[in-house]
Design a protein around this ligand. Structure first.
Ligand code: ATP
Length: 313
């Protein structure tokens, strides 16, 4: 099942992905597409491999089999992908959370760019993360902002200082421009005026939003959220959902979310993949509301109805 949004550009293409820790396979034969502008939910019961998939999507873990292709508009233009495989990206690195590292899992192989059939029927070029050059990999990672569960802020730094970190490291902007940008990003997440607060002086929900402001610092095209509602009361969780929707609208970002919060899944999800821990593969994909209404798979229906099953009329 496809996303209900009429978006015709692939952003991430997962092809025949197998994920494993040593000889222990977590998931296999994963095939799905995240389209530009999707709010793509990775769902499934505890321990099925959602976080492991997220780590693969952000380049922290290398597939055991298969590949993950990216097509990122701004940087395709900037780096000239589509004409050449050599991005010449220089020293751009890690985007948002200041925590992403190159897993460095080893050898680059062959070409690095793959032909993919676009949803609009045209051929488009995408870059295979582990098959492309280290420079291209860094460029891709710069284009990914990540919000970790805890927000992952440095406690000894103010919010403005936290957000300034990636800007200081990866841009040539002067102090005052960086401060201005940090304020802008804080305003974007509803934290205008909190520049000089320390993480311990604000609530958990505000810390998440500050973490999000940092993830947005370098204007990434893809945002990843690891269990955004975890630890939040229902009202704060709803506010964060609204913020995610707003960001998708205002920034045109593509968003990938790991969550098992049903309210969030139905509220924000436009597309999804459902991982099953028993068969160790995906057993459904598509718009979560459509899945709730039409899936024939009992496991999916059970999950989406909190075990109650579809109401008979
Ligand atoms: N670093 C690791 N080394 C070995 N096994 C791991 C590692 N990290 C996770 N696993 C195993 O991989 C499986 C999937 O874990 P993962 O955290 O990806 O699942 P999840 O769906 O995100 O779970 P949850 O919903 O409980 O957070 C689990 O069986 C877990 O024990």
């Amino acid at each position: 099942m496809e996303t209900s949004m009429a978006i015709h550009r692939h952003c991430i293409i997962v092809e025949n992905l197998t994920m494993a820790y040593g000889s222990s396979i977590i998931q296999q034969n994963l095939d799905f597409i995240v389209n530009q502008g999707d709010i793509f939910i990775i769902m499934g019961g505890s321990g099925c491999g959602k976080s492991t998939l997220l780590r693969h999507l952000v380049g922290l873990q290398k597939p055991s089999l298969g590949r993950i292709l990216y097509s990122v508009a701004g940087h395709n233009k900037e780096a000239g992908w589509g004409q050449s495989h050599d991005a010449g990206a220089g020293k751009t690195q890690n985007a948002g959370a200041g925590k992403i590292q190159n897993a460095g899992a080893g050898k680059t192989q062959n070409a690095g760019a793959g032909q993919s059939q676009k949803a609009d029927g045209k051929k488009g070029e995408s870059v295979s993360f582990w098959d492309t050059s280290p420079d291209n990999r860094r460029l891709l990672m710069k284009n990914m902002g990540i919000l970790y569960q805890s927000g992952a802020l440095w406690s000894s730094m103010t919010l403005a200082e936290n957000i300034s970190l990636p800007l200081e490291e990866y841009t040539n902007l002067g102090k005052s421009s960086i401060r201005e940008l940090a304020s802008l990003k804080l305003a974007l997440v509803g934290l205008a005026g909190f520049e000089d607060y320390y993480p311990s002086q604000i609530s958990g929900g505000m810390r998440k939003r500050a973490g999000l402001a940092r993830a947005l610092a370098l204007d990434p095209e893809i945002l990843f959220f690891d269990e955004p509602s975890a630890g939040l009361d229902p009202v704060s969780a709803r506010l964060l959902d609204d913020l995610i929707l707003e960001l998708r609208e205002s920034l045109g970002a593509t968003i990938v979310v790991v969550t098992h919060e049903l309210a969030s899944i139905f509220n924000i999800g436009t597309n999804s993949v459902f991982l099953d821990p028993v068969t160790k593969t995906m057993i459904a994909s598509g718009n979560p509301v459509d899945l709730l209404e039409t899936s024939d798979d009992e496991r999916v229906v059970k999950f989406l109805t909190r075990g109650e099953g579809r109401q008979k009329v």
